[in-house]
Design a protein around this ligand. Structure first.
Ligand SMILES: *Cc1c(COP(=O)(O)O)cnc(C)c1O
Length: 476
């Protein structure tokens, strides 16, 4: 299996070669040269597999440069009942992503039972083990640098804690995350995890990180790497739970299923698109946005118009407050018939701060065959949906899942199960739960009192030079 760039001007590479990097050298994103195809016989054989076995079966189709026995061991080590133990609803932890039936043909797929209670653990935990394995083989090390407003940074830290040859330097906006999110990150005792709270907003932290990445000499000398959502390994890992969810919601492989996905950077739903391209019987991919509706607008009109940060609303589903969907280029590459020269032209406009319009292109006529339908959800919708689900099913959902569920209800078809992806647990967004239900959010008992643990964090100005010095002093 070789990986090619969506912009067509980078050499094809194998899985381990692209694992530790980010963008392809030509600025594009990596995708498999062709999508592996899953037969009816495969589906029949996979239906009864455990999560770790299914992960191995699927990842084997994408990874041919790790010996099978090693890949199997990595899957077994990653997808354990101990790691995904935080179901609040008696979901069997051995299932890793248990599905709960809300109504006939209406399911929640619990993707947020991992250590940081958000779906990003599903892929990041695998990445942690893959990184450690590949770095060890190559005798290399990496210093991961990132900025987070909450979910990504904590998922990265919990995935990389204690890993050999890996350090994590994570910037977060000082005082702006919820007390629970702060406790999650800052209470980690591991010596390879460094939390930096910058005095400023998330964008200031992000700009400081970008400035460090732009210093090519520093980046090379200190082996600076990233684990952002464009990483192909993360997308590949997310394909697994679409299969698991399909099996949970059906009795036979003759049935179809639709998935509803709370979306921001188009990473989660991109994995759904790939599962569908592989032959998983998915009817609709329901893409839900919040007030930041760049993707909803595209699927309705053919116009992709990324917004500037000033135009990006701060909402109560903050992990979807995205104005530029970093994985979207992968889907557009397929949509334009995998013509890299077209992608280059389109992203020349995007990278110059502009937009593009596909509505007059012949490929737009075929867009419907990819199964996407979209809708948006507002703060009032989130509150109403959280209330409605609590009253009807006795179940607390987080604001992102509420966005997905609200839009899912617009697209149910008779005889086709609808699976809503639960992307986070409510305790991470306590204030919105209070507003909706006038009571505190449920939390897994094992995390009681996490706010009282000692915290380790360095408060700094969002100054790239100071951050470089901080890193240099800690990398030997
Ligand atoms: C990251 C995140 C999303 C958005 O996922 P994308 O892959 O960026 O589309 C939705 N909900 C939660 C809780 C998240 O953490």
């Amino acid at each position: 299996m070789r990986y090619i760039s969506t912009r067509g001007n980078a050499p094809a590479q194998s899985f381990c070669d692209i694992l530790l990097g980010g963008l392809a050298p030509d600025g594009g994103l990596y995708l498999p040269e062709t999508y592996p195809q899953v037969s009816r016989a495969d589906l029949d054989a996979w239906r009864s597999l455990s999560y770790a076995e299914l992960a191995f079966a699927i990842l084997s189709r994408f990874i041919d440069d790790i010996p099978a026995a090693d890949l199997k061991a990595i899957c077994d080590q990653t997808y354990t009942a101990e790691t995904y133990c935080f179901s609040r609803h008696g979901g069997d932890p051995a299932e890793v992503t248990p599905a709960t039936r809300l109504d006939d043909g209406f399911f929640l797929l619990e993707l947020s039972n991992g250590p940081t209670l958000a779906f990003k653990d599903m892929a990041m935990q695998l990445l942690g083990n893959l990184f450690e394995y590949v770095l060890e083989k190559r005798g290399e090390s990496i210093n991961i640098l990132g900025a987070t407003s909450g979910d990504t940074g904590s998922a990265a830290e919990y995935a990389m804690r204690g890993k050999h040859n890996v350090r994590v330097f994570m910037l977060s906006p000082h005082g702006l995350m919820s007390p629970f999110q702060r406790a999650q990150m800052y209470s980690l005792p591991d010596a390879n995890i460094f939390n930096i709270a910058v005095t400023g907003m998330f964008d200031d932290a992000q700009d400081a990180v970008k400035a460090v990445f732009n210093d090519a000499a520093f980046k090379a000398k200190y082996k600076i790497g990233a684990v952002n959502s464009i990483n192909w390994g993360r997308v590949a890992a997310q394909v697994i739970y679409y299969f698991k969810g399909y099996f949970a919601a059906t009795k036979s492989n003759d049935e179809q299923v639709s998935f509803a996905v709370p979306s921001g950077n188009f990473g989660n739903i991109c994995a759904g698109h790939i599962a569908r391209m592989m032959g998983l019987p998915i009817a609709k991919l329901v893409l839900a946005t919040n007030e930041n509706d760049v993707l909803d607008e595209f699927f309705r009109t053919g116009v992709y118009r990324p917004r500037g940060t000033a135009e990006t609303a701060v909402t109560s589903s903050p992990s979807m407050d995205i104005s530029k969907a970093s994985n979207f280029e992968r889907f557009v590459f397929d949509l334009v018939g995998r013509d890299a020269s077209v992608v280059r032209q389109l992203w020349a406009k995007v990278d110059a701060g502009g937009s593009f319009d596909l509505s007059a292109m012949p490929c737009w006529q075929n867009a419907a065959k990819y199964g996407f339908v979209t809708g948006k959800s507002t703060h009032a919708d989130r509150l109403a949906t959280i209330r409605q689900v609590f009253e009807r099913y006795g179940r607390m959902i987080d604001p992102h899942t509420a966005d997905g569920l609200k839009v899912a209800l617009q697209f149910r078809d008779p005889g086709v199960a609808m699976v809503v992806l639960e992307t986070a647990q409510p305790v991470k967004f306590e204030a919105t739960l209070q507003e909706a239900l006038s009571r505190g959010a449920e939390r897994p008992a094992a995390l009681d009192g996490i706010e009282q643990l000692p915290q380790r964090v360095e408060v700094m100005a969002p100054d790239a030079e100071a951050i470089k010095r901080y890193i240099a002093q800690r990398v030997v």
